[in-house]
Design a protein around this ligand. Structure first.
Ligand code: GLA
Length: 380
């Protein structure tokens, strides 16, 4: 990345007072479980979003971004959901959440650059909200603890942007560590730092950005969430997390026939797959996580119904070229696939995915390998 502080000076004719970086994330397993108080196992990507910032003394905020050339400006006074254009909502929401909770922040100039592929479900939005919270609190007060930054960033998305997401993305952005996977218990907020040393075990994690247009994402996401909450209500539990594997069949019998049963089956079996994956990581049996990834995909495709043709094509192609396991990652309806592969198979799997896309007439996917990387941090 070129020097963001120098670009900041060119853009705003003043010096940046600090620069912060926040990574994108992929979730290894534990999808659509976070808002059910369940378990997830994400890592941070090496790709980061960077924010350079300086204070202003007039209570105004100016936003510039290399990815979205349209400039935005607004006043902190009177900031409310719906009061800024969509392109400014994530950052405005992060500042709004801070103000709502009594953080004494003032005006800011903010310049954003990012190497996280945008619109691919790799949590650019969580990185943007987290980095903005860090910049504002870093310059105006004291940075809250990382888990608190994650919660504020989630509040920005939930209550300002209107996206009813869970806490998985923001937690990964803030709490992930290099070479480790982050085990999240979304009920107790307990976290675990789990061994995930791919290289030591001769394995690689392939990421396929399918570039499939992510349409209807928010509406369909909100519907899935509402369906889970309704199921929990019918079953008399606070969240689906409370239904465990042995209770599943009995619970399903108590639900109306139709999609709700399938949604619950996904959530309950997915929580179980996360716990089994964590056990395998802890005992150094990474290879055996592969089949759990594939089982997660099948469940997300058939029971949770969040996959699309491009995603299924990538999963199938990677598996037939020898991947140990593959699945959709993130919220779904497009986005990325991950595949766990022996390192010598990276080439064959990547080629197979590209060929399968060409064969089906899909646009070319982006394929890369990712190592588990560090969470958000101040760069200078
Ligand atoms: C999106 C949301 C997360 C999580 C995932 C699905 O990424 O932002 O909170 O629910 O979808 O696991």
């Amino acid at each position: 990345m070129s020097d963001l502080a120098a670009q900041f000076r060119e853009t705003f004719a003043t010096s940046a007072e600090g620069v912060w970086a926040a990574p994108g994330r992929i979730n290894l397993i534990g999808e659509h479980t976070d808002y059910n108080d369940g378990f997830a196992l994400p890592i941070a990507l090496p790709h980061t979003l960077t924010v350079a910032a300086a204070r202003r003394d007039d209570g105004r905020v100016r936003l510039r971004s290399h990815q979205f050339p349209e400039p935005h400006g607004f006043s902190l006074e009177g900031l409310a959901p719906g009061s800024v254009p969509e392109g400014a909502a994530y950052q405005a929401g992060a500042l709004w959440a801070l103000l709502e909770e009594g953080h004494g922040i003032g005006g800011l100039d903010l310049l954003v650059d990012s190497t996280i592929p945008a619109g691919s479900g790799l949590s650019t939005s969580a990185a943007l909200c987290c980095a903005t919270v860090l910049a504002a609190t870093g310059l105006y007060g004291r940075e809250p603890a990382p888990a608190e930054v994650a919660r504020l960033a989630q509040r920005a998305e939930n209550d300002f942007v209107g996206m009813p997401c869970g806490i998985m993305d923001q937690s990964a952005v803030m709490l992930a560590e290099q070479g480790r996977a982050l085990f999240l218990d979304c009920r107790s907020s307990a976290t675990g730092s789990e061994p995930f040393d791919l290289a030591a075990q001769g394995m690689s994690l392939l990421v396929v950005d399918t570039k499939a247009p992510r349409r209807l994402v928010e509406g369909a996401y909100a519907q899935r969430r509402a369906s889970c909450e309704e199921a929990a209500r019918v079953l008399g539990v606070a969240a689906l997390r409370e239904i465990s594997g042995p209770d599943l069949e009995q619970a399903l019998d108590r639900l109306p026939e139709g999609p709700m049963r399938a949604r619950v089956r996904h959530v309950v079996t997915e929580n179980d797959r996360v716990l089994r994956s964590v056990e395998l990581l802890r005992s150094g049996r990474l290879r055996e996580v592969g089949p759990l990834l594939t089982a997660s995909h099948v469940s997300l495709r058939d029971d949770y119904e969040v996959s699309v043709a491009e995603v299924d094509t990538a999963v199938e192609a990677a598996l037939s070229a020898g991947a140990l396991g593959a699945r959709i990652t993130g919220g779904g309806f497009g986005g990325c696939v991950i595949a766990l592969v022996d390192s010598e198979q990276v080439r064959a799997c990547s080629d197979a995915v590209r060929a399968a896309f060409a064969g089906r007439g899909f646009g070319a996917p982006e394929v890369f390998t990712a190592l588990p990387s560090a969470g958000a941090r101040r760069l200078r």
